[in-house]
Ligand binder design. Structure first.
Ligand SMILES: *Cc1c(COP(=O)(O)O)cnc(C)c1O
Length: 418
């Protein structure tokens, strides 16, 4: 039985997969089982920030695997402490504490639990606990019951109802809508600085500031989902800082790029005080309140710290800040009718498509048609919503590789001029 047949027979068909089997990676390139080489501008959907099999990461994996993989959070784990210190001091640069799990959805679930507990500690005026988290249309927060319920997209929730109660979805970048929506039950506002899955929609700096001010005014938590955009991709280590450095979040979630391909998620909670006694927000998640068997184990923690240090040492956020706008400007300068607009921040880039320039195919979106055409030409990308092609190259992609990718994109998109 070949891989295709085994998938049909043994693997849950929950993904629409491209008809190739990936067998090897190096830097910004992947190879399939037929030996075809691809430029990887998907990077495991923003996971492989240092590209594939980076020597520093491979060495960290080899070394730690000979010492200790796992021991449990029953004990202190020095590598977890070192990683948390780096995230708080180097990445967040704000006092707070970190919890480690295994994925983005799980990180968001943890933040939502924290918000609900905060709603008990700081209830509504009548003493009833607050629990409602306002999120946004076209958001994506994950596939667990909690994070799916937070996600403002009907297609993600289809036939999995009832959703977890306590979420409402508002229009992104519309401050007016939020101020009307806040009510006695509301305890938090949660957003992505850039909606990745929802179409590469960048948060307005004024909107982010407005949300922050509404949170302060109504005693709400500001929760930021940086699962996709965090750790340098958007031109700063933290994407919210690339958008508006003057806001002060209460919680941040991460995953994708954090451990360079090993499964790891995390969320940070501010140490700001939540009452007159100076109780820090982070302290409400006390012993027994939350947990994860694998979360923050010595192996994933060491590798994650290696990845984050390398991102900083190689100045990769600065590089993303510089080359992202150049890539977008180049793509727009072609003036191709099929391209409506190029959006994004740093190396999270969305090429908006004009659907009328593309053929209509049963079960296919304009974005999936273009992504498949690019793949055939040797470039991997990923759709973001129905009409946007997303580019997420490794942060250390070379100038040469960018030029090759741009030439493939130009050549491929030129075909769609109907
Ligand atoms: C990918 C993603 C998630 C979910 O992460 P998983 O690791 O797949 O659970 C959540 N939020 C955002 C913004 C994402 O891009």
């Amino acid at each position: 039985m070949n891989t295709e047949e085994k998938f049909k027979r043994y693997v849950l068909p929950s993904y629409g997969r491209f008809p190739i089997s990936i067998v090897r990676g190096q830097g910004s390139r992947l190879w399939d089982s037929e030996g075809k080489c691809y430029l990887d501008f998907c990077a495991g959907i923003a996971v492989c920030a240092l590209g594939h099999c980076h020597p520093v990461v491979t060495e960290a994996i080899r070394k730690q695997s000979e010492v200790l993989l796992h021991c449990s959070n029953l004990y202190r784990i020095p590598q977890q402490a070192d990683l948390a210190e780096f995230i708080v001091n180097k990445c967040m640069q704000l006092p707070g504490k970190v919890f480690f799990g295994n994925s983005g959805a799980e990180a968001n679930d943890g933040m939502i639990k924290m918000a609900r507990r905060f709603g008990h500690r700081r209830p509504a005026a009548d003493g009833s606990p607050r629990y409602e988290v306002l999120t946004f249309l076209k958001s994506f927060h994950g596939r667990t019951l909690g994070s799916m319920s937070a996600t403002g997209q009907a297609k993600i929730q289809k036939e999995f109802d009832p959703m977890l109660p306590g979420f409402r979805y508002l229009e992104f970048n519309n401050l007016e809508a939020i101020s009307h929506a806040i009510r006695k039950e509301t305890v938090a506002i949660m957003l992505e600085p850039i909606q990745g899955e929802g179409g590469v929609n960048v948060c307005d700096p004024d909107f982010l500031m407005g949300v922050y001010q509404l949170c302060q005014k109504h005693d709400l938590l500001l929760l930021i989902d940086e699962v996709q955009c965090g750790f340098g991709r958007c031109g700063e280590l933290m994407a919210w800082r690339a958008i508006n450095p003057d806001v002060r979040p209460d919680g941040i979630s991460w995953a994708k790029a954090l451990a360079g391909g090993l499964p790891m998620g995390a969320f940070w909670t501010s140490d700001r005080s939540i009452n007159d006694e100076g109780t820090p927000l982070s302290s409400i998640m006390d012993a027994g309140s939350h947990g994860s068997t694998f979360g923050g184990n010595p192996f994933c923690s060491t590798v994650a710290l290696t990845v984050l240090r390398e991102i900083v040492a190689q100045h990769l956020p600065e590089r993303a800040k510089k080359i992202g706008p150049q890539i977008r400007a180049t793509i727009e300068s072609w003036g191709l009718p099929v391209i409506s607009k190029c959006r994004g921040l740093g190396l999270l880039i969305g090429i908006g498509l004009n659907a009328q320039c593309l053929p209509t195919e049963e079960g296919k979106t304009p974005a999936s048609i273009v992504v498949e055409a690019l793949r055939k030409e040797g470039l991997l990308s990923v759709p973001a919503g129905p009409e946007t092609v997303r580019l997420l190259p490794p942060l250390n992609v070379s100038d040469d590789e960018i030029e090759q990718a741009l030439s493939i994109i130009k050549k491929t998109l030129k075909q769609f001029n109907a």
